[in-house]
Design a protein around this ligand. Sequence first.
Ligand code: GLU
Length: 407
Amino acid sequence: MLKINQRFLLRHFLRHAHNKVRVRFAPSPTGHLHLGGLRTALYNFLYARHLGGKFLLRIEDTDQTRLVPGASERLVEDLRWAGIEIDEGPGFEGEVGPYVQSHRREIYSKAIGELLQNGRAYRCFCTERRLDLLRKEALRTRQVPRYDNKCRHLTATETEALLAKGTPHCIRFKLTDHEEPLEDLIYGSVHHNVSDTEGDPVVMKSDQFPTYHFANVVDDHLMGITHVLRGVEWQISTTKHLLLYKAFGWQPPKFGHLPLLVNADGTKLSKRQGDIGIQHFRQRGYFPLALINYVVSAGGGFEHRTNAKQQLLSMQELGEQFQIERVNSHPSRLNPELLDDLNRLEIGKRLSGKESRGELVKQVQDLVKEAYPKHSNLDLAEDHILDVLNWSSQRLTLLQDLTSSNN
Ligand code: GLU
């Protein structure tokens, strides 16, 4: 755990020595990496690469009820497969770790202490039952459910008495009706006054774990994050985060929200459709670069290319050409046909490189052996496989098509 003076030095160091872009991908380990998550990670990575900055991975696991064992490891593996390199993160230790939020609880407790002390946060003893009644009453009167800030008004003596009795409580942040300006790197000026629609938000739950909002702000600050690029679904929370930065007297990072990723017909991509997981694309045999080019084709970030179909950029080229101001602010439509085209291109590209050609042949050999485990007289000679590949490469979307029965 970092001591305060160490942290001061570190901050000093980050400000002066780095003075460079530091971005992060901050998933919650609640499931598999899917296209939306990959897109967020990718844009952060490309932004860092474009500006010679650092890309951090932070695991946001403060909601202990939603954890999925092994999810973090699988996530790192999927990022690695996609070609996204982590500069700092769990297992890639940097100087501002730990990079897993459940290992940073002491840091959050200290930060909460600061807010309690300067009167920007308070203890709330309201029971679940009371909160539930508030919710029901709001629904009955057709209002948006929100906490009524009751415990804000407890006196110090009342709070002491409740604490002395060991009454369970959480900690809430005092919202003000001041609206911090948000100049979104992708959406431009965004206006939202949190206190118009929400009661004071919980920052520390009764289980002593911080909420997402609180831990996210504290970590982005302590980790020296300069730019936060995340899904647009978080944009509404950003105005709340800005109030937290202000309460601490911290300079907030710059924010850019990435538009929704949607199906070709404009409908919402849903995990329930089962086919947006990166594992799914991997298992079907798509190559990482095809998937990466597919994802950016929907979100923008590059000079408009009329012949996008024909182009497959390497990760390095993508990094060089990426421009945050070119990311779309309208929903990003995915076109699955383009993914197939891109994979075909990638097969062609691999066939033309000496080393990659050898790997391709090996992959086909493995696929054939797997598909026909009982056949001992298969012709798996390199020349033969290359003939087949050269002959079929124009039409071959996936190597798996060579062995699948519906071909
Ligand atoms: N843990 C949040 C998520 O699951 C991170 C959001 C953010 O990037 O701030 O997406």
